[in-house]
Design a protein around this ligand. Structure first.
Ligand code: ADP
Ligand code: MG
Length: 240
C-alpha cells in the first residue's frame, strides 16, 4: 500500500530523516518506536505531506506523492491522522466534528453523515456524547472522538502520532482498546507510540528509529526479545 524509498527530510542544516526505506502492506500494523527527537513525527508527517520531503519516493496506492501534480486534499482523505493533542474543533459538537468533513469535502448528505457519525461514535463507546462539546469530555473520550472523526472519511490507512502521550494514565487503556479493535478489523495502521505493551500485542512489525534512520525492524518478538542493534538494546533498557 505504501512504498517508501530513501526518504530524506532536512530542516535547514538539520538532517532529520536520512534515508528511510519501508514498505507497508494493506492490513499491516506498523509500530514506530524510538527516542524523542529521532524523527518519528517528521516521518509520519511526510507520509501525508504535512511536511514536504526533501527527497526520496513515497508511493501510496501506486501514486508518487512527490509528484507536484498530486491532489493533496484527495490524498489526505485516504490517510486518517490522529495527533497527541486530539485537535478537535472546539466550537462544534462531537457529532458535528464527525460530520463536517464528510459533508464539506466528500459531499455526503447531512443525513448520511450523521447516521454514519452516530454509528462510529457507538463503535468508540461515545454515542451518548454526540451533542456535547469537546471540552466537556475527558482526554480519553476526546481522543476516541478524534479517531472516529478520522474514520468518518473512510481512510485506507490510519496514522497515529503518540495518541496516548497527552492522556492521564487511567485513560490510556480506553484509547488503546479502540486502536486494538481497529487493527483486528484489518485497518492498515502506522502508530508512533511509547506504549510497548501495545506494540508487543498489536504490531505486525516494530520499527526502531533513531538519528533519522531505521536502525532495526522486525516482529515484536525480534525487537523486544532479541534486539540485535546496540541502540535498540539501550533504548529498550530505558523504557521497559
Ligand atoms: P520525534 O517525533 O521522534 O520526537 P521529530 O520528528 O518531532 O522527532 O523531530 C526530529 C527533529 O526535527 C528535531 O530535531 C526537531 O527539532 C526537528 N523538527 C521537527 N519539525 C520541525 C520543523 N517544523 N522545523 C524545524 N525543525 C523541526
Ligand atoms: Mg514526535
Amino acid at each position: 500500500m505504501i512504498k517508501i524509498h530513501d526518504l530524506k527530510k532536512s530542516f535547514g542544516d538539520n538532517d532529520v530523516l536520512k534515508g528511510i526505506n519501508l514498505d507497508i502492506k494493506a492490513g499491516e500494523v506498523v509500530v514506530v518506536i524510538g527516542p524523542s527527537g529521532s524523527g518519528k513525527s517528521t516521518f509520519l508527517r511526510c507520509l501525508n505531506l504535512l511536511e514536504t520531503p526533501t527527497s526520496g519516493v513515497i508511493e501510496f496506492e501506486g501514486t508518487n506523492l512527490l509528484d507536484p501534480k498530486i491532489d493533496i486534499n484527495q490524498l489526505r482523505q485516504k490517510m486518517g491522522m490522529v495527533f497527541q493533542n486530539f485537535n478537535l474543533f472546539p466550537h462544534k459538537t462531537v457529532l458535528e466534528n464527525l460530520t463536517i468533513s464528510p459533508v464539506k469535502v466528500k459531499n455526503e448528505s447531512q443525513e448520511t453523515a450523521e447516521k454514519e457519525g452516530l454509528a462510529l461514535l457507538e463503535r468508540v463507546g461515545l454515542k451518548d456524547k454526540a451533542n456535547q462539546y469537546p471540552k466537556s469530555l475527558s482526554g480519553g473520550q476526546q481522543q476516541r472522538v478524534a479517531i472516529a472523526r478520522a474514520l468518518a472519511m473512510h481512510p485506507d490507512v490510519m496514522l497515529f502520532d503518540e495518541p496516548t502521550s497527552a492522556l492521564d494514565p487511567e485513560m490510556v487503556g480506553e484509547v488503546l482498546a479502540v486502536m486494538n479493535a481497529l487493527a483486528k478489523e484489518g485497518m492498515t495502521m502506522v502508530v508512533v507510540t511509547h506504549e510497548m505493551g501495545f506494540a508487543r500485542e498489536v504490531a505486525d512489525r516494530v520499527i526502531f528509529m533513531d538519528k533519522g534512520v531505521i536502525q532495526e525492524e522486525g516482529t515484536p518478538e525480534d525487537i523486544f526479545l532479541h534486539p540485535k542493534n546496540d541502540r535498540t538494546q539501550d533504548f529498550l533498557e530505558k523504557v521497559l
